[in-house]
Write a protein that binds this ligand. Structure first.
Ligand code: SAH
Length: 367
């Protein structure tokens, strides 16, 4: 137990000094989620340290909302059903989604809103933003805590904050876990665990030259997430949008952001956002192995255009002609082929539920 006022970096240093170097995932977890000094516990830096698609253009959340209403009908219009968002940030995506579907009284009348959010500060912000829509706002600590029943789930930039472990194949051919220890001067440094690790199940897609060290990054929580989804008996669709490669395992992508700048991940524990690329290939493989049906990953730009981004923009611009240029520019960023449009992937995991054949569910909109 840290004395009140102790900096998170001091707590981490004391832990390493006492018990030895810690895996990257433990460092990431403590930096993001220490209940008092963690980055998200303090409110996160959305809009300051980093920005996201829903914070860039309202068209993003609106299209996701219309997607939800469409897929709710595809699931047989269950009443009631859980509308779940993982990591809602400031509540912007859900706010835009609920506003865009306001005319769908049947959809709104059936939904029970569940937000999976770790940060008490962000929970307060989400509640005040979403309460005016009328649906009671329920919070859940994790997906396991969302009650049984049909579900539509959305998660934008949630998977990239799930802590990652890194494994490195060194010169002697053995795999070792990358850890964070202390230098002789008492600063955080990366190193490798002395004991060997079993070869990780996910291997990099390409074989590097023998002189180059091989590294793989694995988010254990992806597996937990898929198992939690697969354990649900009722029909659901879960849409994940995040950055990461579609077809290979990330190697060392741990990054930190502070005030819009990329900084050293070890520099300011709890004061910078830590993030990694999501291994979409692994997510797909895990979900298929768990018996879920999988669509994607496909690039975000392709998904949003297929959902009718152009028509949405035409409507927005017609209603606000004086802001036409900025509305267009913001939306353009989401589909930029040299930026978010291809760097972000979209994947949908579904279960038709009950004794119906998986194949009876239609392909989700946008895929
Ligand atoms: N989806 C939002 C915010 C992304 S930031 C947007 O697109 O703007 C990541 C969000 O996930 C934050 O709300 C953070 O508090 C939450 N989060 C991160 N890890 C979490 C975890 N393990 N459990 C619950 N919420 C988490």
């Amino acid at each position: 137990m840290a004395a009140p006022g102790t900096a998170l970096s001091e707590t981490l240093k004391a832990l390493i000094a006492a018990d030895g170097p810690i895996p990257v995932s433990v460092f990431m977890s403590m930096c993001l989620h220490d209940p008092v000094r963690g980055y998200y516990a303090k409110g996160g830096g959305l809009g300051r340290d980093f920005t996201t698609a829903p914070e860039t253009s309202q068209a993003f959340g609106e299209l996701i909302g219309l997607w939800c209403a469409h897929e709710w009908a595809a699931l047989g219009a269950p009443d009631p059903f859980h509308l779940v968002e993982l990591g809602p940030g400031r509540g912007t995506l859900m706010n835009d989604a609920l506003r865009a579907t306001r005319a769908r009284a049947d959809f709104h009348g059936s939904l029970a809103l569940s937000l999976v959010e770790a940060s008490p500060v962000l929970r307060t912000e989400q509640r005040s933003r979403l309460q005016p829509h009328g649906a009671p706002v329920q919070f859940a600590a994790d997906l396991q805590a969302v009650p049984v029943g049909p579900m539509l789930l959305i998660a934008n930039e949630f998977l990239d904050c799930l802590p990652a472990r890194q494994f490195v194949k060194d010169g002697d051919g053995a795999w070792r876990e990358r850890v964070i220890g202390l230098s002789s001067a008492g600063d955080f440094i990366f190193g490798l665990a002395t004991e060997q690790a079993p070869p990780p199940a996910s291997q990099p897609a390409t074989k590097p030259a023998p002189t180059i060290e091989q590294a793989v990054e694995i988010q254990p929580a992806l597996e937990t997430l898929v198992h939690t989804l697969a354990a649900r008996a009722d029909p659901f669709r879960a849409l994940f949008i995040d950055y990461g490669p579609a077809d290979h395992t990330p190697s060392d992508t741990l990054r930190a952001f502070r005030s819009g700048q990329q900084v050293d991940p070890l520099e300011a524990p709890g004061d910078s956002d830590l993030t990694v690329d999501v291994d979409f290939r692994r997510l797909r493989t895990l979900a298929e192995a768990a018996g879920l049906s999988v669509h994607g990953p496909i690039p975000q730009g392709q998904f949003l255009m297929a959902l009718g981004l152009q028509a949405r923009l035409d409507r927005l611009i017609k209603a606000n002609p004086q802001e036409a240029q900025s509305i267009f520019d913001q939306a353009q960023r989401l589909v930029d082929p040299d930026g978010m449009g291809t760097r972000f992937q979209v994947i949908c995991l579904s279960r038709s539920g009950g004794d119906t054949d998986q194949a009876t569910l239609p392909v989700p909109a946008g895929f």
